[in-house]
Ligand binder design. Sequence first.
Ligand code: PEP
Ligand code: MN
Length: 335
Amino acid sequence: MILVMKEHTDKAQIENLITWLKTQGVETHLSEGKFQTILGLVGDTSKVDADLLEGLDIVESVKRIQEPFKNANRKFHPDDTVIDIGGNKIGGGNFQVIAGPCSVESEEQICTIAMEVKKAGATMLRGGAFKPRTSPYAFQGLRDEGLKLLLKAKEYSGLPIVTEIMDASHLPLFEDVDVIQVGARNMQNFELLKELGHIRKPILLKRGLANTIQELLMSAEYIMAGGNEQVILCERGIRTFETYTRNTLDISAVPIIKELSHLPIIIDPSHSTGMARMVRPMSLAAAAAGADGLIIEVHNDPQHALCDGPQSITPAAFADLMQDLNSILDVVKKK
Ligand code: PEP
Ligand code: MN
């Protein structure tokens, strides 16, 4: 981090700042030029509050050289993180496909879809029990009952399960869930993230609707700072001025995150487009861009789905997609 000091700043004030920065665990390097005095901060500056420094009377401007995230940063962890979910590895060249309905609706529905997606090659089952809906009058999910049905489908199909948590107080219900999803709307629910940092279970962290890549990585940092290093990132589309699709899929987030972080990154082609017919091309694009996996909404009767029917593909379309996906994965050399 570099601080440009204001002109004519008193030397004693700079010395005071240097002393205070030392107490924060960072070393400094002072460079006094003819016109400008620059203070370089050396060491781990992830805990230094750049806004606070910028607000000081003697500071003209602050420039971060290093990213404010540490645990999620590839610079401190050059190798890809590989997460094992019931024998399915994700990251480090391993690709996984999570598929299933937006919401768990009935035992028959979730068990049927589980078997269909498994047959087509999915390695994990998704299904929402607690649903974050824009309208309080829309279907809110089957809640505890939905989780029980999902666990039945896990037992029936043998597939590990992925489902969303909306409140930390529900954690005891998630004991047998394999991957806990933090949805887009909760990406910056920092108290929830802190709680998830204390458990030892993989977390699927979705990017918020209006959040930057750095904010997504800072949210991952919240979980990792608590000691839970099993974080899978998910790009699920962001809000832009484009209205044709439900959201805009930021495919460039994949190679960017690969550069910045060692964490696995997957794509959600369903929520990012909102259209079933866009799921196939976007899934193939995600694989080609180097993603570590996909999370796809699949429903056996999309027209009557209680949630997100228009973006859900049928098991037949999913099976078709899986074949083409494997051809792309062969080219990008993912397993
Ligand atoms: C979901 O996965 O069903 C969901 C609600 O996703 P998101 O948080 O990305 O909207
Ligand atoms: Mn959904």
